[in-house]
Write a protein that binds this ligand. Structure first.
Ligand SMILES: CC(C)(COP(=O)(O)OP(=O)(O)OC[C@H]1O[C@@H](n2cnc3c(N)ncnc32)[C@H](O)[C@@H]1OP(=O)(O)O)[C@@H](O)C(=O)NCCC(=O)NCCS
Length: 182
């Protein structure tokens, strides 16, 4: 399959919402509203099949810059029927390339599929080491009482992030609320 990665456009929003919210209904990622997707449209990249017309939507991913030092890969979703063909990795690499272009030093993702991000070069760390995220957005996240997300980090300056210590909790609920996720 021939795939192109390009910036999102308004006509992609329905496809983005459909694939993201299908996985959200299975509790595999956060739901996104149409308004959220429109507001953050310039953060999103689209994977599109180019082999034969009509061009087909295969997946999407966003890079959100949180501070001058840190950006987040989020809302990564590949259509199930297009999975296992390197499209997720191509979207993550495109976000990482964009982070480099912008001059950001660290990129992270909060995810339930840490193995996938490891295959993309990220290292499992603790959400506690990302206070820019955990202090600002996690306390108002609808999943904060049931969070078991893994914090995956990539440094773009050639250094290696400190890995998760033995026994160190990964998700917000255990880490900051000191209890088991609901
Ligand atoms: C996770 C997801 C993005 C992977 O997309 P994909 O296009 O199927 O992944 P790729 O084909 O690019 O896989 C890249 C590598 O990761 C591995 N991988 C992919 N999904 C994996 C998973 N769920 N668990 C472990 N490894 C996985 C692949 O085997 C491949 O390994 P390789 O380096 O040996 O080739 C996709 O399954 C998805 O959209 N899932 C639901 C939503 C989700 O969980 N999003 C992440 C939220 S942060």
């Amino acid at each position: 399959m021939s795939v192109a990665i390009r910036p999102a456009r308004v006509e992609d929003v329905a496809d983005m919402q459909e694939v993201i919210n299908r996985y959200a209904a299975e509790d595999r990622m956060l739901e996104r509203s149409r308004d959220f997707l429109l507001e953050h449209l310039r953060d999103f990249l689209i994977a599109e099949g180019t082999a034969e017309p009509p061009l087909s939507f295969l997946g999407c991913c966003a890079l959100a810059v949180l501070t001058r030092d840190l950006a987040e890969v989020r809302s990564l979703a590949v259509r199930p029927e297009a999975g296992g063909r390197g499209i997720g990795r191509a979207l993550v690499y495109a976000c990482v390339a964009e982070a480099r272009r912008l001059g950001v030093r660290r990129v992270f993702a909060l995810t339930l599929v840490p193995e996938f991000f490891e295959r993309c070069g990220f290292i499992l760390t603790s959400l506690g080491r990302l206070p820019e995220k955990s202090a600002a957005e996690c306390p108002v996240c609808p999943k904060r009482l049931g969070c078991d997300e893994h914090a995956m980090l990539l440094h773009l300056d050639g250094t290696t992030p400190l890995p998760l210590a033995v026994g160190e909790p990964v998700g917000y609920t255990r880490l900051f609320l000191g209890r088991e996720p609901e």
